[in-house]
Design a protein around this ligand. Structure first.
Ligand SMILES: [Zn+2]
Length: 426
């Protein structure tokens, strides 16, 4: 048991005098949802107190990916390099790279059990982007030539992977305010992540520290701040241990990955690329969701895209900038199109085509609803025996979402006619 403030004589005296000040009656500290604070947070530099942590299950292993996990507590967190590397490996001997991770045992087991893991990185045939500074957004990625919808632009292994929010179990004095609890959480969170950072090779340490940090005044340390600014969420290490509710409210089982180049992708409310984490190659793969012209900035979205401009700007506050993309510059019409397309039920071909036109006008080819609607339209055309149009939408589907591999078989007349919805001859 690791103790904080509660072991001090002052705290003990306080506890014995006033039973109301006892910490939670839970048998042991727990991870709990804590409100997050942003911007300039008062007393952010004062070391927080009034809580205790339980880190007895903390396990430190050195580059031990294949070490047996045995009977580890399911709440243990493991410091591990993935894919596993030899003690003498460097980025020169292992150029695909590896991620320094903090993982629960179930996530590590899932990774090791993934067929093909660890496969070599899949690289595009030639480089189609450069990393350049922008006038107002720091560094960004820009195309160096025309890129077609569906093209793989880059794939990269993360520098770090860590749970999306604190996994340190804590108990608080009842008198603590929400802000004091939050400051205690980010303080402990930084300490938990420090060994992961220490394990990075020198090049990756520099790359990590060179990333922007928009959480410099809210109590986040340099590691937590950079993760909060630059990470991409990973929901693919779910082993079924956590419920959907725990994932949503406490981000349990969800991880954050930080990348050297991919983390430089800036935001747009009409993003032109789409990311997919491939566990076998242990890399994030970035694909174009529509045709991209030379010198265009490559963008992802940091927010939900169906919300209106005002809500998106509010979400972006934590990144410390205001979006000035076309949809945010003229929000009235854009908001209307997004609202209509999000609420439009597609019952027939006409609805589907109308929804696609709205989503394309808004540049929302990256969202799941776009590929779902493409599939719907493709199936309606198959259902009426219109092979030519079905093939057009099957091809669009394959291009906009790499994971829609099933649709590939409907890009030919023979394939379309093999579909169960194709009209049977009587
Ligand atoms: Zn915008």
């Amino acid at each position: 048991m690791k103790r904080g403030f509660l072991t001090t004589s002052k705290a003990q005296a306080k506890l014995s005098k006033d039973t109301n000040l006892r910490v939670s009656t839970a048998a042991k500290p727990e991870t709990i949802a804590v409100k997050k604070f942003l911007g300039v947070v008062e007393n952010a530099t004062v070391r927080p107190g009034g809580y205790e942590t339980d880190s007895k299950e903390r396990v430190m292993k050195e580059r031990d990916a294949l070490a047996p996990m045995g009977d580890l507590d399911e709440d243990a967190f493991l410091y591990t390099s993935q894919p596993s590397i030899g003690l003498k490996d460097t980025l020169q001997t292992y150029p695909d790279g590896w991620a320094e991770c903090v993982l629960y045992p179930d996530a590590k087991a899932l990774i090791l059990a993934t067929p093909g893991f660890p496969a070599a990185l899949v690289r595009p045939s030639s480089r189609s982007y450069r990393v350049t500074s922008t006038p107002d957004k720091g560094l960004g990625l820009f195309s160096t030539r025309k890129i077609s919808a569906g093209d793989l632009i880059l794939s990269e292994r993360p520098l770090t992977i860590s749970p999306a929010w604190t996994i340190t179990r804590m108990r608080f004095l009842r008198e603590l305010t929400e802000q004091e609890k939050y400051l205690a959480v980010v303080y402990e969170w930084e300490k938990t992540l420090q060994p992961m950072f220490d394990r990075l090779c020198p090049e990756n340490k520099s790359a990590f520290m060179a990333l922007a940090n928009s959480h410099q005044h809210d109590g986040s340390g340099p590691i937590v701040g950079r993760i909060r600014t630059n990470s991409f969420g990973l929901s693919c290490f779910q082993s079924g241990r956590f419920t959907a509710e725990e994932q949503r409210t406490m981000r349990k089982g969800v991880y954050s990955a930080v990348y050297n180049e991919i983390s430089r992708l800036n935001h747009s409310c009409s993003p032109n690329v789409y990311g997919h984490f491939d566990i076998a190659t242990f890399s994030y793969q970035i694909f174009a969701v529509r045709d991209i012209s030379k010198d265009e900035e490559l963008t992802v979205s940091y927010t939900g895209l169906y919300s209106d401009s005002k809500a998106r700007q509010a979400e972006l506050k934590s990144y410390g900038f205001q979006c000035t993309c076309p949809a945010c510059r003229a929000p009235t019409e854009s908001d209307m199109r997004r609202t209509i397309s999000s609420s439009l039920a597609t019952n027939n071909l006409g609805d589907g085509l109308f929804k696609l036109s709205l989503l394309e006008e808004e540049g929302l080819q990256s969202i799941r609803e776009y590929s779902e609607t493409l599939e719907f339209v493709m199936e309606r055309y198959i259902g009426v025996g219109d092979a030519a149009n079905a093939i057009i939408y099957a091809k669009k589907l394959v291009k906009c979402r790499h994971s829609a591999n099933d649709a590939k078989r409907y890009t030919t007349a023979i394939g379309v006619q093999s579909h169960s919805l194709w009209p049977k001859k009587s």
